[in-house]
Design a protein around this ligand. Structure first.
Ligand code: HEM
Length: 198
């Protein structure tokens, strides 16, 4: 029960982190100065240090407590796919894809955080340079897997712990995810086109 609750609470906090991150990066839509001003504000009040530190701890706890759900070993994984194929149950497919995206995020997010921290402090020009020199496809993949994982996690959590009709819940979460996705795409578009580097 404690592990279940820890997975739930850290999952919700990570979704909050991801959605806040989307709006922070999207300040670049209003120009490089807006992004740099936001970055300086977070830096001056140690909010970026606190956010990154807390985010990393919460992320590690999340991975540690949900890892027990991931079928370990080739045989167990084959059995899951075989059973899922037999059941043809949408929510089981959603769960299986959530496991896969979780593993992909682990690798891609670690690389992303490493690259950003190694080039600290945050600046629109540096971010734009990254996006314009090869990172665009990397970010598009990370964006899709991260938003899917967050939306599927939220859906499964609410199905388990609250009394919503699955179909309405899926529609509401799908709409929220589409909105956040467009905020992220606007940020990437701004970084790609008018970061002041091209
Ligand atoms: C923990 C510290 C993190 C920091 C400081 C950070 C910072 C940034 C910055 C500055 C950018 C702009 C592009 C660049 O500079 O290369 C960016 C983009 C992005 N980040 Fe992060 N990030 C963090 C964690 C994460 C995590 C955990 C995820 C996903 C699981 C993520 C997903 C993305 C995506 C998809 C983009 C592409 C642009 C967008 O969609 O807004 N980031 N991040």
């Amino acid at each position: 029960m404690y592990l279940e609750l820890a997975g739930l609470v850290t999952g919700v906090l990570l979704v909050a982190f991801l959605w806040t991150h989307a709006f922070l990066v999207a300040t670049v839509v209003f120009g490089p100065a807006a992004f740099d001003g936001m970055a300086r504000f977070l830096e001056d009040y140690y909010l970026s240090h606190a956010g990154i530190g807390l985010g990393l701890v919460i992320g590690l706890v999340h991975v540690a407590v949900v890892a027990r759900r991931v079928p370990a070993g080739y045989r167990a994984q084959r059995t899951v796919w075989r059973l899922a194929g037999k059941m043809r149950h949408t929510d089981t497919y959603i769960w299986a894809l959530q496991v896969v995206t979780g593993l992909v995020i682990l690798v891609l997010a670690a690389a992303h955080i490493w690259v950003v921290l190694a080039d600290w402090p945050l600046q629109a020009a540096k971010s734009a340079l990254r996006v314009q020199t090869g990172y665009l496809s990397f970010y598009l993949i990370l964006l899709l897997v991260a938003e899917y994982h967050a939306a599927a996690g939220l859906y499964r959590l609410l199905v388990k712990w609250a009394r919503f009709r699955r179909r309405s819940l899926a529609r509401a979460i799908g709409a929220a995810a589409a909105f956040i996705l467009s905020v992220n795409l606007a940020a990437l578009w701004a970084l790609f086109y008018f970061g002041g580097v091209r």
